[in-house]
Design a protein around this ligand. Sequence first.
Ligand SMILES: [Zn+2]
Length: 471
Amino acid sequence: MTKLLIVGGRVVDPLNHLDAQADVLIEDGKVVRVAPGQDAQGAQVLDAKGKIVMPGVIDMHAHMRTVLGHPHAQRMVALAGVTTVVDMAGPLENILESIPTSGSGISIAIVDAARAGMTLSSSRPDLAEQRSFIEKTLASGGIGIKLLGGHFPMDLDISASFIEEASRQNAWVAWHVGNTVHGSDIEGMRDAIEAANGHFLHVAHINSYCRGKIRPVLDEALEAIDLLKTHPQIFSESYLSPLNGTRLTVENGVPATEVTKTCLRRLGFEATQAGLESCILAGKVGVLADNGLIGELLYGKEALAYWKSKESVTVGSFAVNPAVSRFMLAQAKRDDGSFVVDAFSTDGGSYPRNVIVENGLMLVQFGALTLAEFVTKASLAGARALGLPNKGHLSVGAEGDVTVLDYERKKAAATVANGKVIMNEGELLGKGTTIVCDERGATALAKRGISHVVKQPINLDSFKQRFVCKN
Ligand SMILES: [Zn+2]
């Protein structure tokens, strides 16, 4: 039997209305007792005195794939206090294959991207092809699919058909909104919610559609909040980092992607190779470099030298998310007191913007959220939506997923997953990965020897009964 005792922390567990000094005892991966003054005999001890102990952070939107060959995402999220992530694009096989070399002890639920030329034969696949793509994803260990409207838009009728088919198969379906008429903005968000036609849909990173592209930022945020309030079958998350993520590759003298061109113009640079070079040198865009363990953003001269050494084939981040919409989406509530945007996310993982803890605790220190509300959005809400009844809280029998917070430094001091300390004060100690799968994928994962946990099916009625945090 393996025993872990997390000693002396302030335990915050909104589901159990608990906010008190207590020790948390985990045996063989499960919480067995939460009470002060427990006997540490025979247990590994994790000192949490002066710290906050919460159910493990769940990032409902991150990317675990290898980026330009660097498999650093799992380590980065473990360092950020995250125990479970939803990988929002796959590729499913890329992630499953990377487990032996890059596992950090976390759990990952994977939605695979519906993308012409990769998983689909065209951007107008017929219903049979849509059906078999979803079936195959579930059978291989994914929980569902993602529509990539912002990057690879499809016609609205095809996107709607995917959502209906996902509902028929009880598969998770997420959408980075955008279609062939409206882009990745508030109009695209309205289209997506209408196309869902009452079915479950995960609308990705709401903050992305409230950047002031169509109307003033404040108006867009209010509109997004109204759309979500009036369509309670929509699951949503938003992220707290100012940073986006985009390719910085230049082809024939111009940036290869529209996102980069738009960011350059908005910052007052030309959308050309010369404009991008000036922008990098001015420190207005970070260039992602791998330091051997994790990915870091370089700025200024150092960034430009690195970008040139890679002949521009790099990715990076511009600070494009306005504070106003990030703040409003983090805080907005429904009439019943539950949150409008269900959960916090990062769109991070491989990008260094895994700041649920850092920026979330800033909101707590600012007084925008209580600590229990932060824990609700950072852990419990995601667990409930995903159908993981043993995550998101610290009841007896819950999975031993815990994040220890250093409130003053606004950092994760330790990460505990499945009862094992996978990160302590910046030191990575975890191995392997647990895949959160649909029951239809359990056999395939078992055959491959991949550790897994089966999620419950989506139940719209219970999903709509959102948790109301009373602390
Ligand atoms: Zn994403």
